[in-house]
Write a protein that binds this ligand. Structure first.
Ligand SMILES: NC(=O)c1ccc[n+]([C@@H]2O[C@H](COP(=O)([O-])OP(=O)(O)OC[C@H]3O[C@@H](n4cnc5c(N)ncnc54)[C@H](O)[C@@H]3O)[C@@H](O)[C@H]2O)c1
Ligand SMILES: O=C(O)C[C@H](O)C(=O)O
Length: 364
């Protein structure tokens, strides 16, 4: 995360003052990235951040609405990535996936106030399944980065689609849980008065309230938070950071529209911080694929760690490499409080994974 952040900041800087070294590209450094759901709240800022990443040389933006316009706009940014937008017509999805090495998927509906991520399952499962089918056909060797919620279930759905197509490589499928790590870093650094980039809190488990397990004891600054009510509040804030944004956007939306329409629907969930987090993860993965060593991110992958407890996918620290997942790290030493959080996480995660696998079995 630390390495990724400084690389991303270097990318940002280079965007302002291009250095020929950063912008030079050899064959190995050419990276084609497709974003599916590119016109959405996450899709647009994420596409912009990817366009600003000098390691990305081709950017294909797909959405069922507005993608050519988004691509035309982003395409005017003077960085190397050649950017093209595709809609659903004229086989646009397959065209967007042609030659893609990374496929980032934020397509799907976001939460409204009062909903859990699992409430999105009925809508998003089929969206993700269909996009995964196209990727399995057109770019079966691409690395897939799944953002669409509920991540705990959508990642197993993608795995099943790829298995059915005979092209599943568990090393190339990632649930993007970077936002949990980003939030934990921000919240803890606010308490410890440390620099966020140096405040690294691994978050393991999955991506939903009770399945997000922040390991504060493994952060250098973790001792700034003593066990007890204060610790519990911080853990709760990290686990339910997504709800904080959904509620804040709902209030803002409500105030803005009070004279126009009395809407309680809200304006969705985290988009900008998510775009940042996904850009950090994408940059880390590309650097690892390009041969950089010691690139470690927390990510939700097909993992051996808790398979004996019916949990086939689990987020933990993962060393990334040229083939994607290089090494999955165990959770390591944790406190009794963290042990309790993990105990609560595992059965819920197992349920979410089974739900995805069963659904795609019945709805192939
Ligand atoms: N993993 C995480 O940490 C995390 C964080 C935030 C949001 N999310 C999830 O990301 C998803 C997107 O959130 P958002 O705020 O960007 O939503 P949004 O509604 O603003 O954007 C979604 C986009 O997906 C597009 N889309 C819908 N069906 C599609 C299809 N079949 N093919 C291609 N595009 C399609 C829509 O047209 C829209 O542009 C949600 O499911 C949300 O819960 C995940
Ligand atoms: O909270 C949500 O629904 C979106 C996302 O998963 C988040 O953590 O912000």
């Amino acid at each position: 995360m630390l390495a990724a952040r400084s690389a991303l900041r270097a990318s940002m800087r280079s965007g302002a003052a291009p250095s020929s070294r950063l912008f030079s590209s050899s064959a190995i450094n050419n990276k084609a990235v497709a974003v599916l759901g590119a016109s959405g709240g996450i899709g647009q800022p994420l596409s912009l951040l990817l366009k600003n990443d000098p390691l990305v040389t081709k950017l294909s933006l797909f959405d069922i609405r507005l993608a050519p316009g988004v691509a035309a706009d982003i395409g005017h940014v003077n960085t190397p990535a050649v950017t093209t937008g595709y809609g659903a017509e004229d086989n646009g999805l397959e065209k967007a996936l042609e030659g893609a090495e990374l496929v980032v998927i934020p397509a799907g509906v976001p939460r409204k106030p009062g909903m859990t991520r699992d409430d999105l399952f009925n809508t998003n499962a089929s969206i993700v399944r269909d996009l995964a089918k196209a990727a399995a056909k057109v770019c079966p060797k691409a690395h897939l980065l799944i953002i669409s919620n509920p991540v705990n279930s959508t990642v197993p759905i993608v795995a099943e689609v790829f298995k059915k197509a005979g092209v599943y490589d568990p090393k190339r499928l990632f649930g993007v849980t970077t936002l949990d790590v980003t939030r934990a870093s921000t919240f803890l650094s606010g308490i410890a008065s440390s620099h966020p980039a140096e405040t690294i809190v691994p978050c393991v488990g999955g991506h939903s309230g009770p399945t997000i397990v922040p390991l504060l004891s493994q952060a250098k600054q973790g001792s700034a938070v003593k066990a007890g009510e204060f610790y519990e509040k911080l853990v709760h804030r990290i686990q339910y950071g997504g709800d904080e944004v959904v509620k804040a956007k709902a209030i803002a939306d409500c105030l803005r529209s009070i004279s126009l329409r009395l809407s309680q629907d809200g304006a969705g969930s985290a988009t900008l911080s998510m775009a940042y987090a996904a850009a950090v993860f994408s940059n880390s993965l590309i650097r690892a694929i390009n041969g950089e060593g010691n690139v470690v991110e927390c990510t939700y992958v097909d993992s051996p760690l808790y398979k004996d407890q019916g949990v086939d996918f689990f987020s933990s620290k993962v060393t990334l490499g040229p083939e994607g997942v290089k090494e999955i790290h165990p959770v390591g030493q944790i406190t009794p409080e963290e042990e309790k959080l993990l105990e609560a996480c595992l059965p819920e995660l197992s349920k979410n994974i089974k739900k995805g696998v069963q659904w795609v079995g019945e709805n192939p």
